[in-house]
Design a protein around this ligand. Structure first.
Ligand SMILES: [Zn+2]
Ligand SMILES: [Zn+2]
Length: 284
């Protein structure tokens, strides 16, 4: 029996990263075909969560992690070993004939903390690195009517649903995994400070998420960061490298409806709006 997501103890940085013995990446295996990687906050304060999902003949990873913090004794001379980590997982899952699965390196959205290590994968065999540019995202997944419509990505007996949720960033997508009933929401919804570049696009995306939630069973809403404390309405300072009492990673379908209702209520007058498990930031 795997440890439930809400019970995982994630690496969470250190008060003094000089003496941190954390790995640069923590690997959590949820089931035989599903992995969540967490980047050390001592290496990259964004502490991204990276999702790696396998089907019978393909795998997709969402995001490649963020840039290093300014040089410290902890990260001096190191690169994030995300390629090596993924290689080691893939190597244990050879197909017939000893062939590796095809790997798709895609992104929840284009921000650098989600794509800083794309270059590591550019020469990797059997690998497609999806551009972070909107036109490329639309054509790779097959979303010509962006931001409307949805697409299917079949990994082999695992058909993901992909749909646009711009607003935090213009090329942001959500990914639904019907096997685990996970909805991956990147930086659009997670336990933290939800920053918004385009308010009208964002609230339309919140409505789209709510509609999707009405029609599909969702066991967990999983974003790319944790910035809240495990105390309602309390946020760690952005940029901190130490979050000893972090909020659990998974949010729920109820949070999707809560986000949507809050966006509707603020439609013409957006402002910072503090909720127990996330904070909608004042749109820039
Ligand atoms: Zn972002
Ligand atoms: Zn981010």
């Amino acid at each position: 029996m795997t440890l439930p997501l809400a019970d995982v103890t994630w690496i969470h940085g250190a008060a003094d990263c000089t003496h941190s013995t954390d790995p640069l990446i923590q690997v959590y295996q949820y089931d035989a075909d599903t992995f969540v990687l967490r980047v050390s906050k001592c290496f990259s304060y964004e502490g991204n969560f990276i999702y790696l999902l396998f089907g019978d003949n393909k795998a997709i990873m969402l995001d490649t992690g963020g840039p290093p913090n300014p040089v410290t004794p902890f990260n001096h001379g190191k690169t994030l070993p995300v390629l090596q980590t993924v290689d080691a997982i893939v190597a244990q899952r050879k197909l017939g004939g000893g062939v590796d699965v095809d790997l798709i390196v895609a992104h929840t959205h284009s921000h650098n903390d989600h794509a800083a290590w794309d270059g590591e994968f550019s020469g990797r065999p059997r690998t497609t690195v999806v551009t972070t540019v909107l036109a490329g995202v639309k054509s790779f997944f097959g979303l010509p009517n962006w931001p409307d419509g949805e697409a299917t990505l079949d990994l082999g007996n695992r058909r993901l649903t992909v749909f646009p949720i711009p607003g935090h960033e213009a090329a942001h997508i959500a990914v639904y995994d019907p096997r685990n009933k996970w909805l991956l929401t990147g930086d659009t919804l997670y336990p933290g400070l939800l920053t918004i570049a385009d308010w009208n696009a964002y609230r339309a995306s919140a409505a789209r998420l709510a509609q999707f939630g009405d029609k599909h069973e969702i066991s967990a809403v999983l974003g790319a960061h944790v910035e809240m404390k495990n105390v309602p309405q309390q946020l760690y300072p952005i940029g901190t490298t130490f979050q000893p009492q972090g909020h659990v990673l998974p949010l729920t379908a109820v949070h999707i409806q809560e986000l949507h209702k809050a966006c509707v209520a603020m439609a013409g007058n957006p402002h910072q709006d503090v909720h127990d498990d996330f904070i909608i930031d004042d749109p820039q």
